[in-house]
Ligand binder design. Structure first.
Ligand SMILES: Cc1cc2nc3c(=O)[nH]c(=O)nc-3n(C[C@H](O)[C@H](O)[C@H](O)COP(=O)(O)OP(=O)(O)OC[C@H]3O[C@@H](n4cnc5c(N)ncnc54)[C@H](O)[C@@H]3O)c2cc1C
Length: 445
């Protein structure tokens, strides 16, 4: 599998992975195919995931700028077409308490507002007619140990006080009797506004809107060289060369090795793995008391997440291999299946029918960065730390505003470069160390 720390391009026109989403979503809508020849452009966007597509749509719709989007493989071939489809008011991994300590309450609230706006932006785009199998709203954050419920209650209190956010606290008994009988759930907090959808159909919907507004989406068009002259950025692909005034980097965790000095050594791509089971029978649903389609995540340092899909299959996810080389090893999918069976013993005979993984993008400071440099006219949005479905829509919208030279709120997510990883060549060793620490913490703390 493509590994961003080892490979120089993510591929050329590579098909979608064999995922549940690719299997059930029907035919991909038309795009503009491969770009060929010599071109000039106001704006080139590299990467056709949620970020690139949202940026292209908002540039065209709100600022009258018709960008060229260049995608190495297929639309949403990266994270956007292979995620779990949880739409949540969050991004990054930094807690609101830590934000308040470091930057004060006003900044913390500003960042919260951006994350909340992400969900509004996604809902606004869906409302334009995107059919993406939206499920009934509700997001359960489940305590994986009895003492973790206290942490969740404290979090709910902060969110109620600071943001007026409606958060319900559920006891172990309430979770198991009203939602699902997860033997590893010791209570939960429940947000009313998270929900699950089909992310590939969502991305295809974004593409449709962006093209309708005037953007061009070229697939099978990897950027292989990127240099700069005095007046423009020179972008080369196998069959085209573009002189662009501005370039937006929307490659996130799929950014290839050594791609550009602006982002080299400033992110860590980490594999997240998903399995999707065969459909549950009525007896299995009853035995698990599985009444909900709410999306679920636990409190572990190395988190597990799951949801019941519209056809009664279970999507279950967690961490994957460390390198691209190990990504296809069935060990990781089987490990997820075993955890699912521990949580729901009535599913002891169930198997998975789909298993795939994707590269989420970690930043050193645990926050996303939507940044630009006026002198070089380069823009990027990266580092969502595995929580980017809704935030990418907002990041794309904000990127478009930056390109159109609008003023941004004065927040660290908008005015800071991604920090460099110290000892960057050893990032994977650090990740391995963190996984060992996380395992211990989840077992003993
Ligand atoms: C298994 C998994 C589950 C997840 N679940 C959730 C979830 O439930 N909720 C949530 O909020 N977030 C989730 N995420 C994270 C979320 O999917 C991402 O944050 C989001 O999709 C990032 O979108 P993006 O457009 O920025 O990047 P991507 O979708 O990764 O797009 C980057 C694109 O850039 C292209 N590219 C790279 N290099 C080049 C080049 N040189 N030339 C041209 N194109 C190039 C790639 O081919 C790729 O298509 C999950 C991620 C994974 C992997």
């Amino acid at each position: 599998m493509y590994d961003p720390l080892h490979d120089n391009i993510p591929g050329i026109n590579v098909s979608y992975p064999h995922s549940y989403w690719a299997d059930i979503s029907g035919d991909a809508p038309k795009n503009d195919g491969e770009l060929r020849g010599l071109h000039e452009a106001d704006v080139v966007i590299i990467g056709a995931g949620f970020t690139g597509l949202s940026c292209a749509y908002h540039l065209a719709k709100e600022h009258g700028i018709k960008a060229l989007v260049l995608e190495a493989n297929q639309t949403a071939w990266g994270c956007s077409g292979r995620n779990a489809g949880f739409v949540l008011k969050s991004s990054g991994r930094k807690s609101f308490t830590d934000m308040a300590k470091q930057w004060g309450e006003e900044v913390m609230r500003g960042i919260y507002d951006e994350m909340a706006a992400g969900v509004d932006t996604v809902n606004g785009l869906i409302a334009q007619g995107i059919d993406c199998d939206v499920q009934p709203a509700g997001y359960l954050k489940v305590a994986h140990k009895p003492k973790k419920l206290n942490d969740l209650i404290a979090l709910a209190d902060i969110q109620k006080q600071q943001f007026g956010y409606e958060v319900e606290v559920l006891s172990q008994e309430e979770v198991r009797s009203q939602y699902m009988d997860d033997k590893n759930a010791y209570g939960a907090i429940r947000y009313q506004d998270g929900f699950g959808l089909n992310p590939l159909k969502l991305a295809w919907g974004y593409q449709l809107l962006a093209r309708k507004a005037g953007a061009k989406i070229y697939t099978g068009t990897p950027v292989t060289h990127w240099t700069q002259t005095e007046n423009s950025q020179v972008i080369k692909t196998p069959s085209a060369q573009i002189m662009a005034k501005k370039v937006v980097l929307a490659t996130n965790g799929y950014t290839p090795k050594g791609f550009h000095p602006w982002v080299n050594n400033r992110f860590l791509p980490v594999l997240s793995q998903i399995i999707v089971t065969e459909p549950l029978t009525d007896e299995q649903i009853q035995a698990c008391n599985w009444q909900t389609n709410n999306v679920v995540m636990d409190t572990r340092a190395l988190k597990y997440y799951y949801r019941k899909l519209p056809d009664n299959r279970i999507l279950f996810g967690g961490r994957g291999a460390i390198t691209g080389k190990g990504a296809e090893d069935p060990y990781y999918a089987k490990r997820l299946l075993n955890v699912l069976k521990e949580s729901f013993p009535a599913l002891h005979t169930i198997n998975y029918q789909y298993a795939w993984s994707g590269w989420i993008c970690m930043s050193l400071d645990d926050i996303p960065h939507i940044f630009h440099n006026n002198e070089q006219n380069i823009f990027y949005a990266m580092g969502y730390c595995g929580a980017g479905l809704s935030f990418s829509a907002q990041a794309g919208k904000r990127l478009a505003e930056k390109v159109a030279e609008k003023t941004m709120p004065d927040l660290p997510i908008f005015n800071r470069h991604l920090p460099k990883f110290p000892f960057a060549p050893l990032r994977r060793v650090g990740q391995w160390g963190y996984f060992q620490y996380g395992k211990m913490k989840d077992k003993y703390c």
